[in-house]
Design a protein around this ligand. Sequence first.
Ligand code: ANZ
Ligand code: ZN
Length: 849
Amino acid sequence: LFLLFFMWGVPRGAAPSLAAGPRRVFGEVTPLYDHREIEPKWRAEWERSGLYRFDPDDPRPKFYLLTMLPYPSGDLHIGHWYAYTPVDAYARFLRMNGYNAFVPFGFDAFGLPAENAAIQRGVHPREWTMRCIARMREQMRPMGASFAFDHGVVTCEPEYYKWDQWFFLKFYERGLAYRKRAPVDWCPGCHTTLAREQVVGEDRRCERCDTPVVRRELEQWFFRLTAYADELLEMEGLDWPERVLTMQRNWIGRSEGVRLRFPVEGGDEEIEVFTTRLDTVYGASFLVLAPEHPLVDRLTRPEARDAVADYRYTASRRSEVQRLSTERVQDGVFTGSFARNPFSGRRMPIWVGDYVLLGYGTGAIMGVPGHDGRDYAFARRYGLPIPVVVRPRDAAEAPDADAGPFSDDGVLIDSGPYSGLPSEEARRRMADEVERRGLGQRTVEYRVRDWLISRQRYWGCPIPIVYCDGCGTVPVPEEELPVLLPEDAEFLPTGESPLLRNEAFLRTSCPRCGGPARRETDTMDTFVDSSWYWYRYLDPHYDEGPFDPELARRWTPVDQYTGGVEHAVMHLLYSRFFTRVLRDLGLVDHSEPFPRLFNQGIILGADGRRMSKSRGNVVNPDDLVERYGADAVRGYLMFCRPWDEGGPWQPGGMEGVANFLQRVWRVLVEGSEERRSEGAARAAAAADRRELRRATHRLVRKVSEDMRAFRFNTAIAAMMEFVRQLGRMGEAGLRGTPEWSEAADAFCRVLAPVCPHIAEEIWHRLGHGESVHLQPWPEWDPELTADEAVVVAVQVNGRVRERVRVPAGLDEAELVRVVAADERVRRLLSGRTPRRAVGVRDRLVNFVV
Ligand code: ANZ
Ligand code: ZN
């Protein structure tokens, strides 16, 4: 019966009783670790003593650990914990390593998710947002996070967005903010323009009503991001995931080429194209304009009007990605007009095709079907000529046009005076001719566009601009900031900015002439709010500027940034852009806000799909915490996968981590109480004691290295293995030895960042007074962590000729292999192949030659 109880001490699949229940040992009741009692106790104590209060003036070296600020979406789900737990653990690790770690946590509170949720529920977006924030903060609490919540900005607060507006004015002064007409996505169902992130799916539907969106032209505000495009490409020295660097580079997309004008027949219009392959100009047999190109109307002949109009509507329904896809058949429509190729003199039909984008280059291309894949498909489809003007360097003859386009550089053919030149040289000389004849000029083009910041929605930061009949566009004077977002606005989307119908907001007087004026009613893209928030975190209530420049000098750039890879492009690019503008405004002295970046993975539902309420696959952390305790949930989230991987939630693994913590408790707490006085220590063998020391130091080393590299899962695996070993050594009578104390002490410390509550409790039970979280991180002795080595004798035909150091404990075959590979032994044998080799473990190897 005793045996049965012993074996069943840790019942499987019965975690609730396991967590709280008593265990009977020899008729007494010994309580197991009870998280319900211990975790809240320590949290209260840490809060009371201000354990993690941030002091920017603390003399220890600073470490700014930043995690991307979330939308206040309502409930925290397990994915949030997956993202934040390691951040908290890492912060604790840093503090134990002597850093003054700053880990603030705020909310990206403006934007469509909140606005839409509010509309659905019929509450005001502010109320909804604030409720969510309170709820999420409440839910963060049980996690035991050591974040500086009092430094967490909430971006929808006027004391924050006032400074968005201030930046807007600074940008405007410097010509970095401007207004122009531009196409936006429009939902005919909701009667509103949509933000980019609101358009979903390959077929571009409205996220809310599922109606296909179309394009529409509107006056919009932009930030001149392209002014910094070249500089934003400089990413040397950034310790970022390679794929993020690549995505940034591709998004900016720098191309060197030529702008070249083609005269249109029968008029004085010209079509300007951008090409990176001027060497192929003799092969240009048609021109293609983007459907939105301003010349389309003027060039379309009456008989083509209907076809062109139909085509333009269809094109407005396609996404940019679709339009550029090489998978798709390139289609288009003929305008009825022609242009002339200024190099070859060829007559070229002018087409409209949506594989040409308005926003890139000039919005028009020369079609070179012999050498460009998409032009080739287009020419094939519409029976256009396919001249071949470049041949491969190593082929004497022109490639066959039917075999598909030849798109590499090569040697020019059928290209007038340029025939025979290699592509590179031809490009150079032809560009000279273009400039000499006044047909165009060399240029650098970027794929990246200026940043469209206008939103015709309510829940955002108002743009501080006033329109006056007399004075035109007038910026709101700095002293009048913030332009407050009116609380009483009707925020249901109608297609126009909701602020347009709020008379009290709209009607104002001109700051310049005092006459009647109208406010700008667009609000800013929420990416503006998140482009500088980490500076504000340092002192969220600072009121002499957007942030305290002195604190910024000391505390930024951020030492480590963590967040989801979904922000690999826009958020990071905008933040890098903003920081450069701040630099040029003299507010900061660096250009890169985040020298180091780590992308954590995403936890999916158990069904392998993104967690969402509608799919019913959301895992609620509160239930898990109630059942297993915060430490077990934290430990499991950091153990279940490498942090940058993510993947489907596997609930089964929770038990294993809960059991691990119970074992920790049994080995370190119960065991020590039962047996401390038994005096078994004296009996413990010296070899075992040394083995325990070695195990301890190896653990410390392994966990230190893994934590530093964000390999939390393997750090925890090492802790699990260690506790198993510790348990065995306890049985073997090592309790009470100095080695045992050292082991218990070090283990508590390395456990503390991951499982802060149980580590604190055990630390105190081991007899310490101060918090484990104030202890220095343990050091390891390299001597003890090295593989243990022995010196073996090397004999040749029975005579000792050499001595070699090898790892201890190798079996016979392994020993022979290692010794034979030794440089000196190889020399000793000097090419002779031994007939036989005999090894004796840890002693000798004899080669018979
Ligand atoms: C003629 C040509 C011949 C081209 C050839 C390529 C190969 P990157 O490198 O990405 O900058 N292009 C220019 N503007 C465009 C637009 N608005 N929409 C779609 N395509 C556009 O690409 C530059 C090339 O992309 C340009 O060079 C142009 O096609 C096309 F054998 O001109 B090329
Ligand atoms: Zn005026």
